[in-house]
Write a protein that binds this ligand. Sequence first.
Ligand code: BGC
Length: 755
Amino acid sequence: MKQILSLFVVGLVSLSPLQAQEKPVYLDETKPVEQRIDDALARMTLDEKIAVIHAQSKFSSPGVKRLGFPDLWTDDGPHGVRPDVLWDEWVQAGQSNDSCVAFPALTCLAATWNPSLARLYGESLGEEALYRGKNVILGPGVNIYRTPLGGRNFEYMGEDPLLASRMVVPYVQGLQSKGVAACVKHYAMNNDEEYRHQVNVIISDRALHEIYLPAFRAAVQEGGAWAVMGAYNIYQNQHNCHNDKMLNQILKKDWGFDGVVISDWGGCHDTDEAVKNGLDLEFGSWTNGLSEGASNAYDMYYLAESYKKAIREGKFSTKELDEKVRRVLRLFYRTTMQRNKPFGFLCSESHYDAALKIAQEGIVLLKNDVLKGSKNPLLPIDLSSTKRILVVGENAIKMMTVGGGSSSLKVQKEILPLDGIRTRFAGIDIDYARGYVGDTIQSYDGVTVGRSLYDIRLQAELTAEAVAKAREADVVIFVGGLNKSDYQDCEGHDRKTYGLPYAQNEVIEAILKVNPRLVYVNVSGNGAELPWLAKVTAVVQAWFIGSEAGEAIASVLAGDVNPSGKLPFTWYASLDQCGAHALGTYPGTWREGHQIIDEEYKEDIFVGYRWIDKVNSEKRKVKSGPLFPFGHGLSYTTFSLGKLAADKKQLSMDDKITFTIPVTNTGSVAGAETVQLYIHDQKSSVVRPVKELKAFRKVFLQPGETQHVSMTIDRSALSFYDEATGQWKAESGKFDALVGTSSAQLPARLTFELR
Ligand code: BGC
């Protein structure tokens, strides 16, 4: 026995150095990744290379089995991990372990103006993705809110490039810290949904770089995003999924992106362009693998057999292919081959806590007046004097985590607003009236909506019921807005009108006649016309906020949480206040043959508040200001800003300047204020916006507490994109720093000079 043992030991000792030597470089974790990539690439056959650059199922692409690279699994994104669909079809797979936590939609995240919550969001989502075995999350989305009709605005981070940039970076970093890739989408100029495959965007270089690209750039350069999704639409007559200027020049060359460009699902249209113009990984092309293209239809992808054939015939060398595979391998090493990543978990308390916190901080108190005869504003609801609350509206009982397109989820739990209100206000008589019937669809994408929304009563009956019950109530909470059905906040189309759908306006007006104590809670990812606004005392913007929606809304209405969200977009009174609509550039002009629609971004860099400022400064006839300006949001406490100071009066081109302002909570409850710094250029060789957001800081203050808030900028905050040189340019001269609490409330001002 001893002999056998010692033989065994000798065997081991003599084997180990040999084994170590034989460990191939591509598997050797002590070797630099780039070296491992070179080694793996050198070992791959042409077939293996072609295989890894296109899908093998709806959401997966193959690894390299022979070499031990696992398959790559992607999934939507961006608000939770989408339930599994069948291999080749969009139909639900019917798994029992794919219910997730729905985090608030990205508009809500942006409305927190709190980058640390974006980090928490990314980390929590990453943990859910890991548990579900997903390596790439198809999100976040950072397309700019150009028109409030945009069907997918709810999935994005608002109208301002700086705000979106500051919020996307920590999301990406948080997600990727878990070993799950972010796939930042939709690059770029996919700013509306109508005709999204056919829209050819015509835009100046300046608007492209100043408005539409900064958030993508930040995600790539600061966030270190491992993947970017090409958009469906067309730019300079080339689809964005294989657009030379967008992908090869800007993304890869100028920004140094070393990750993978993934096509949007079905966004690839041409082998030659896909080969040459920077697409790395093709997904979602036409097949369903069954009724269409039954015999391995994935071979018919643009980057599959036809590409291989072209290489075999000598049309292409393997130069482009190797470059694509290199990037895909890099993604493998970052995700599937990364062995240090955690295991992840689904639906944990910590994820629900994160979802709740983000929702509570993102809810925006838009209006909160004191009713005639009362001492206090209507909100928070005074529990001592309130005996009966009436909740009205379909959105109080409608699940919003389902619907809306690819971001639709299958949740373990979604607290509906009515349920959240009932729980929080237990002890008070809570009644409900439907008010109107909107969308009663019971299931979406195979996920069933919990409660039946079926109701056949006539509108007159619904209105009469709401009015009768409102008469008896101390407070009426109307939960309305948009929903995620087609032509609302939903992928694939835009809204047809800016007004609220269904009979909402009519019901609100009728209730106001009998009870002015009405709180309007708006659920949406977009602004809407609110024709009765002057008559309504309190308005809360509640977004689509996911699993904890009802609890978050109730906690704000009750005052357990002091609202601190700020609008990430301008809430126009009417569509003509928005540049794209004022200039009639939306949705564009069809070319002959009705194949392509040219959409010229004529408002140029003047998007959102930049347009409002421009119109106001030109003293053109604007009917009135927007209903609520960009950056607006109230609190249950009050804040005062002190004197603005700067650490210098002049700065050189390589210098920084720091602005400091004292902020005091002058009210009686704790709360948070977001201090916003905008820059005005006094004189420039080009036309510039009146002001642009360049920094912000959210501070939490106890009653009576003062904090000095500092914000530092450098010349990049003073620069514009110079079309002549294709560079950012800062011109010496005088600038004003404008500091305040919304784009329309900027009481502190200081002039400084760039030399
Ligand atoms: C959407 C993407 C999504 C993809 C996969 C596309 O239609 O535009 O945002 O990630 O589908 O579901």
